[in-house]
Design a protein around this ligand. Sequence first.
Ligand SMILES: Nc1ncnc2c1ncn2[C@@H]1O[C@H](COP(=O)(O)OP(=O)(O)O)[C@@H](O)[C@H]1O
Ligand SMILES: [Mg+2]
Length: 274
Amino acid sequence: MTAGHTLSTEDLRLAYDSREVISGLSLEIPPGRITMIVGPNACGKSTLLRGLARLLAPSAGVVRLDGESIHGLPPKEVAATLGILPQSPVAPAGITVTDLVSRGRYPHQGWFRRWTEEDEEAVAEALRATDVAELAARDVDELSGGQRQRVWIAMALAQRTDLLLLDEPTTYLDITHQIEVLDLLTDLNRTHGTTIVVVLHDLNLACRYADHLVAMRGGEVRAEGPPAEVVTEETVSEVFGLRCALTPDPVSGTPLIVPVGRHHCDEAQVPKSI
Ligand SMILES: Nc1ncnc2c1ncn2[C@@H]1O[C@H](COP(=O)(O)OP(=O)(O)O)[C@@H](O)[C@H]1O
Ligand SMILES: [Mg+2]
């Protein structure tokens, strides 16, 4: 696997019918790094991710993969370079875990190419890494939300693409599996140089795992950069409309956001600046 594919947008506009959600967004995804996208509900994170993965065509502007408009590239070439796990994927009825994860290998198969040992190995490793090997023969329909989510992550991993986009991959997962998934993505990044883009709800975990943090609101990028630079009480207030105190995460040293709320605050203890 070679790192270094580039993904960027320029004046990107994305709309559903005539309703524009992303209005002129320019973004460069740092190659070989982990980018986390955060922002309030409905601000356009999933829409942006779908646009980046060419699942949604721009109404104006461009998404570039290695400098070329992604919509002009052959779909199979894009699929072999860039994998996406959408927010609410739907599995075909009655499919088993192994069959679903094996579908991650399809972009790698030519017309005349058979299923190879490398395909076999990629599927087995993805099942193992996501802790679902023992569910391999089960129907995906029968699994719990958390088990199913890990199966989808396995499918995304089995693709072994240089670029991996994941939309809220930790949804439904208990805290242990959330950390495992984020550790796993970090391993992938460190070992293979995979460029990873994640939409994440949990701001504190985003701060801990991101090299590059993108904070969105109203379809725009309001701030981006290393978490320690992006996350201030002012940005959290501007982006999320939330009063918070910041303290260093005792484990990682990255910013830890502590919400103020209306019921548990002793105003005397809240810093004057917020
Ligand atoms: N398929 C769709 N058709 C029409 N509107 C959509 C569709 N998907 C999302 N939207 C709208 O686009 C806006 C942004 O949604 P989304 O990108 O899913 O936000 P986020 O992922 O940040 O929560 C929302 O107002 C949402 O209702
Ligand atoms: Mg979303």
